[in-house]
Ligand binder design. Structure first.
Ligand SMILES: *Cc1c(COP(=O)(O)O)cnc(C)c1O
Length: 800
């Protein structure tokens, strides 16, 4: 399939690097070699990209447009090489040139255009759409500054700007000629045209140019190249207009436009309601819709009433929901449709994915803000709301009392999830439990009104990046054992079950995990100076820092073990290395305190000789995709310990399962579906269920203080925190937990968590038992390939 041999590629790398750098190859830096390889791959990609676009133009298949404020794509050189079937050859070529391949690949900077799970999901979906040969494309924003870079200084998180465009990014193609112009602000004038129809005109608007930068999305060895189009905001082209605007509006127009695609908001799960954020959202959707409509018009030469047959738009959470009123605006004001036809078209195009039910994350915008910034859009939202509320009043008298809880506009706020639900043909949750909670609790009335609309699509991850690419040794072992069919059909991993008693296989599985752990241990030593025992259990929690994810429960367990060892130095426990990585939102005080606490505990535990190295605590800074790729192949125990009912799905859980980690977790999100597959005996479950959590909230009969006072282990830990054993500042954590009555049930679940960890310890001692559980987990992880997820979207939502 590839025309390359090791020798021809070596030759090409030398040539390409010399041409770029202008120096002989032996003087080239790693970065220049990295760029040289990119150029070679780009030539191949370009050819296939054009071919794919030609095919789409000729065949006119229905296109999927995935709108998302975030795409956390990670490094592309290595995955593009893999997808081009060039990775092995390139590794060999580089080795022959006396370079370590990973030294070259790591020259690439992660575009940090996402916060965490939601953005990473979008990236996995693009990968699966291309690999399954679906015409699916992403639309997003090319933020000049991605998510901040995290540095630990004295154990505290500090944030540095992520200027990822410092060096030109090799994987983007600027398409100046496809730029579009957008309008903000101004006022709306209504007039009658010659036929007496109302027409809307906008005057005194601020104009912005949206310039697309395209990133190729390669399918796995299938010559398909789809497109991720990221928009960048620029001033409109005419200098006269710019000067006029500056004069007219008395503001530095140029500067304010730059800001629209200036930076990514760094808060994962709460909404700030800032003007710049809504500008970003409108910027994304308005530019993308212009693009989608002009594609349709130039290819189809048909009325836009046929658009739903040729395009479907999936909106990733509510962030791109303004696309709905924007579509209505375009159809009515620019294309001449009446309300009813425009509504019919729009509601057959949009499908909405809900990612959370946590109230602080549900988007609401002040009416005034939208009315001032987007006056025509506001009128349309108001009309949607009027019609919806009238429908309720006349047709659903039993719901009359609840109209304020269902209306799009209520309390002077616009409720984006409600807008998305009533204007989409599909609303999906991201794991079975999450969808069930949406249908029966959070969005119960909407589900009764639109029972066919709600559906579940359990999240997934691309097994190509998260197994084949990051864990070549394990991939090789799997292929030798069950043939390479799993690469195209990850469900075939279940064939591994037959080998559960195959001792040589278990031994090799063990050996591979050990080697991966040794590699991670080296990285830990280089980056933190901490020496870790590669025979210890690598117990890992890597994800955004949030109270509901309960990193605090994890560190409480560490403190408990430390206290035990101080009491009884001879205590027989399996050595453990606790590994954390997590960014906190810069304004999230409590989360940052938890980071400092983890680092403080680490400093005490790691350098206390009396516990004889049985415990180590490591916090790796700047969690991002490339760090995840280093850690995940080396995980023994995956911590998925959110308060039940709070984590919509999780995807980190799937990545680690696929790499042979066992999970300690609550019955939350996709953990439940993992349990259903592997059986309770192959996952370490603990804690309250989502129903029990609901009960406590409902009845108000949980007493955090009582638990901490009766459980001596907790009394000790809480007093250590209050009284300055780890430093004075942590008494905030103590007071926060008790004064808010421990809303995430950390104290409540502690006992069960500790006991379950004791069971983990016992299980790990029996190496074969552990390894066969690990194998069972790998075997059932194929279900969590995003290929399965995307097939479900394609058949049951997108109707491709
Ligand atoms: C997978 C991933 C996440 C999501 O992790 P969860 O444990 O599901 O919250 C976040 N950040 C990065 C960099 C990831 O790769």
């Amino acid at each position: 399939m590839t025309k390359w041999t090791v020798d021809t590629l070596m030759e090409a790398i030398i040539k390409s690097t010399e041409a770029l750098s202008g120096h002989p190859f032996k003087e080239a830096s790693k970065e220049q070699i990295y760029k040289g390889i990119c150029e070679i791959v780009k030539l191949e990609v370009n050819r296939q990209w054009e071919k794919t676009n030609r095919k789409y133009n000729n065949k006119q298949p229905k296109q999927v447009y995935y709108l998302s404020m975030e795409f956390l794509i990670g490094g592309l050189l290595k995955s593009n090489l893999l997808n081009q079937n060039m990775l092995h050859i390139c590794n060999e070529a580089l080795t022959k040139l006396e370079f370590s391949p990973d030294e070259i690949y790591k020259q690439e900077r992660d575009p940090g255009l996402g916060n965490g799970g939601l953005g990473r999901l979008a990236a996995c979906f693009l990968d699966s759409m291309a690999s399954l040969n679906y015409p699916g494309h992403g639309f997003g924003i090319r933020y000049r500054y991605g998510l901040f870079e995290q540095r630990l200084i004295n154990g505290y998180q500090t944030e540095l700007p992520d200027y990822w465009l410092d060096n030109p990014y090799p994987w983007e193609w600027k398409k100046d000629d496809e730029a579009v112009e957008l309008e903000f602000g101004g006022t709306v004038q209504m007039e009658r045209d010659n036929n007496g129809e109302l027409v809307f005109q906008y005057i005194n608007t601020d104009k912005v140019r949206a310039v697309p930068y395209d990133i190729p999305i390669l399918g796995y060895q299938n010559e398909v190249v789809n497109t991720l189009r990221l928009w960048s905001a620029e001033p409109i082209s005419s200098r006269e207009q710019r000067e006029f605007n500056q004069y007219y509006h008395q503001l530095d127009h140029h500067h304010s436009i730059d800001q629209i695609s200036g930076f990514l908001y760094p808060d994962d799960s709460s909404e700030e309601g800032k003007l710049l954020r809504i500008k970003q959202q409108y910027f994304l959707v308005a530019a993308s819709l212009k693009n989608i409509i002009s594609n349709f018009k130039s290819n189809m030469k048909k009325s836009l009433k046929h658009l739903p047959k040729k395009a479907v738009i999936q909106i990733n959470d509510t962030h791109p929901t303004l696309a709905i009123p924007e579509m209505l605006r375009l159809l009515m004001d620019e294309e001449g449709f009446g309300w009813d036809d425009a509504w019919e078209i729009t509601t057959n195009i949009f499908a909405y994915t809900n990612h959370t039910i946590m109230s602080e994350a549900l988007e609401k915008w002040p009416v005034d803000m939208i009315r001032n910034l987007l006056p025509r859009i506001y009128m349309i939202i108001d009309e949607i709301n009027e019609r919806f509320c009238q429908g309720l009043w006349f047709n659903q008298p039993q719901l009359r009392d609840q109209i304020p809880q269902l209306a799009v506009i209520a309390d002077n706020q616009i409720h984006m999830a409600r807008l998305a639900i009533i204007s989409s043909f599909s609303v999906n949750g991201v794991a079975k439990l999450h969808t069930e909670i949406l249908k029966t609790q959070e969005m119960k009335e909407f589900n009764q009104l639109f029972p066919k609309r709600f559906n579940n699509k359990t999240n997934g991850i691309t097994h190509r990046r998260w197994l084949l690419m990051v864990n070549p040794k394990l991939s090789e072992l799997i292929t030798e054992t069950i043939s390479p069919a799993w690469i195209l059909r990850p469900r075939e991993l279940t064939h591994l079950i037959r080998h559960i008693k195959d001792q040589p296989l278990l031994d090799r599985l063990n050996q591979i995990k050990r080697e991966n752990k040794i590699e991670l241990a080296k990285f830990i030593q280089q980056s933190t100076g901490i020496l870790v025992d590669d025979h210890s259990i690598f117990d890992v929690q890597i994800k955004r820092l949030h109270e509901y994810k309960r990193q605090l429960l994890n560190i409480f367990h560490v403190i408990y073990l430390y206290n035990e060892l101080k009491d009884t130095p001879s205590l027989d426990i399996t050595p453990r290395t606790f590994i954390f990585a997590a960014k906190a939102a810069p304004s999230y005080y409590f989360a940052k305190e938890v980071i400092k606490l983890i680092n403080t505990v680490a400093d005490i535990v790691n350098y206390d000789p009396s516990i004889k190295g049985k415990l180590k605590v490591v916090f790796l800074e700047n969690y991002n995709v490339s760090l995840a790729e280093k850690i995940i192949p080396a995980v023994d125990l995956s911590e998925q310990i959110s308060t039940a009912g709070k984590e919509a799905s999780g995807t980190g859980n799937m990545k680690m399962m696929m790499n042979g980690a066992l999970t300690i977790g609550t019955l939350d999100g996709a953990n439940i579906e993992m349990k259903d597959l592997v059986n309770r005996s192959n996952i370490f479950l603990f804690g309250l269920t989502a129903d029990q959590v609901q009960e406590y909230y409902h009845n108000g009969d949980y007493q955090a203080t009582e638990i901490y006072q009766t459980d001596e282990r907790l009394t000790q830990i809480m007093h250590q925190i209050r009284d300055g054993f780890f430093g004075q500042e942590f008494n905030d954590i103590y007071y926060h937990l008790l004064s808010s009555n421990d809303p995430y049930f950390i104290l409540k679940d502690f006992d069960d968590y500790v006991e379950t960890h004791q069971f983990v310890d016992q299980t790990y001692r029996n190496s074969n038992k552990w390894l066969s559980k690990s194998l069972v987990n790998i075997a059932h992880s194929g279900k969590f390939s995003s290929d399965r997820t995307i097939r479900e979207y394609a058949t049951s939502i997108w109707k491709l």
